[in-house]
Design a protein around this ligand. Structure first.
Ligand code: NDP
Length: 392
């Protein structure tokens, strides 16, 4: 609710979205950085009010002043995860039902019903559904990124409370907070991404935004129980156990329960990977965004190389056809490296992202080949690498 109100009430730059197949375009209010700051401040304010009331004996501490001793509650994460998963299934059903009823023939709302209920529920049937004037896709990503930030801050609050601050925790927190705030700061670059221009809104995207992002991107925090050897086979098995695949969440948080001694050299190498990843990720996404808005704007100080008047083939887009994925993968790796190398569990996020981005690159390739035809073939000839030059 807070996000919804902050997003609507705060002013922000109105950014035109990509031109849709019927030549219309949506407009997005990009006020993400103000929204995240005001929502965070609101949560902190509620926490202090709740702490004050409970200390004065006016209320019992059932609200924000949890036994974590911080404004962010880890204790309820498991229940919250369950609740959100169920809620997402319902939201996707509502989206499907509302989409089926729509008679709008515009590209953003035209329902694409295949008749296969599971398929349509999973992938969605409308491109850009809205609710009370709010673009739902844009809103869900915001909520997911904010949720990830809140989980990380919860871990931090608990870590400070337990007095076991480590170099690994500092690096993990700094990298993630930077990445999340950067997302909100450059929110307008989202308007030209695959999710916004090509993916319909169904369970896959809703679950991805509201559950997958906050709960798995912070997986470096999941731990085995204190008695168990960290990163042991048992802890991996327990994490993925059929009976209770989420056992790790209740048992604590990875970097809280497992101390990793990171050498100075390892920490510096970790920072370098983060910085290179960020430069490539942000640089590539920015170049594409700028190119879409002003096709003649210089790239790396030179006039851009353009194929068929449509595709950028210089800068990062002349190095590999999805250099932005490479940057994101390096960033994901840098979020896990602070956890050391003794277990695969904290590497869940980069491994998942590698699989996702390879799959996505293939889907995007097929879409672009169909859309741009011989122009795309020429681009592929000029830039043969998909993600990593000389490797893939
Ligand atoms: P892109 O931002 O790469 O968008 C792909 C689209 O860009 C294409 O469909 C095409 O659209 C256009 N395009 C492709 N090549 C060119 C070119 N050479 N010149 C001009 N336009 C081109 O894809 P994503 O939305 O998948 O990724 C955006 C970012 O989000 C990436 O950095 C990615 O790593 C990140 N991401 C992160 C995820 C996570 O879980 N952490 C998940 C998914 C993405 P058009 O028809 O408009 O030309």
């Amino acid at each position: 609710m807070a996000l919804r109100f902050a997003g609507s009430l705060l002013s922000g730059k109105i950014v035109p979205g990509a031109i849709l197949s019927d030549s219309t375009r949506l407009h997005y209010r990009c006020n993400g950085s103000d929204v995240v700051v005001s929502t965070e401040n609101g949560i902190l304010f509620l926490h202090f009010v709740d702490s004050f009331l409970s200390r004065s004996g006016i209320t019992s501490s059932v609200g924000f002043a949890s036994r974590d001793g911080g404004p962010y509650k880890l204790d309820i994460a498991y229940g919250l995860l369950m609740l959100l998963s169920l809620e997402n299934m319902m939201v996707a059903l509502v989206l499907y039902a509302a989409g089926c009823k729509s008679h709008d023939q515009g590209s953003s709302l035209k329902p694409h019903v295949t008749g296969n209920l599971i398929h349509d529920w999973w992938f969605g049937i409308q491109l850009n559904p809205q609710f009370m004037g709010v673009d739902l896709k844009f809103f869900f990503v915001r909520a997911g990124m904010l949720g990830w930030l809140l989980i990380n801050l919860s871990v931090l609050a608990k870590n400070i409370q337990e007095g076991s601050f480590s170099r690994s925790m500092v690096l993990y927190q700094l990298f993630c907070v930077f990445y999340i705030l950067d997302y909100f700061f450059y929110e307008e670059y989202m308007t030209t991404t695959w999710d916004i221009i090509a993916e319909r809104l169904g369970f896959m995207l809703v679950f991805g935004d509201l559950v997958w992002i906050p709960f798995t991107f912070s997986i470096q925090a999941y731990s085995s129980s204190g008695a168990e050897k960290p990163y042991s086979y048992l802890s991996v098995k327990r994490f993925f156990s059929v009976g209770n695949p989420l056992a790790g969440i209740r048992e604590g948080w990875w970097l809280l329960r497992n101390k990793v001694e990171l050498t100075t050299a390892a920490a510096i190498a970790n920072c370098l990977i983060f910085m290179i990843g960020y430069k490539v990720f942000r640089g590539a996404n920015k170049q594409k965004h700028v190119f879409k808005k002003s096709p003649k704007a210089p790239i790396w100080g030179k006039p851009p190389k353009v194929i068929g008047g449509k595709l950028l083939a210089s800068g990062y887009w002349g190095v590999a056809r999805h250099c932005n994925y490479l940057g994101d993968l390096l960033l994901a790796l840098s979020f896990s490296l602070p956890c050391g190398a003794s277990s695969p569990v904290p590497y869940f996020y980069p491994i998942y992202l590698l699989i996702l981005l390879i799959w996505r690159e293939r889907r995007d390739e097929a879409r672009c080949a169909e859309k741009y035809k011989e122009v795309w073939a020429e681009y592929c000839k000029l830039v043969p690498w998909r993600i990593l030059p000389y490797v893939y």
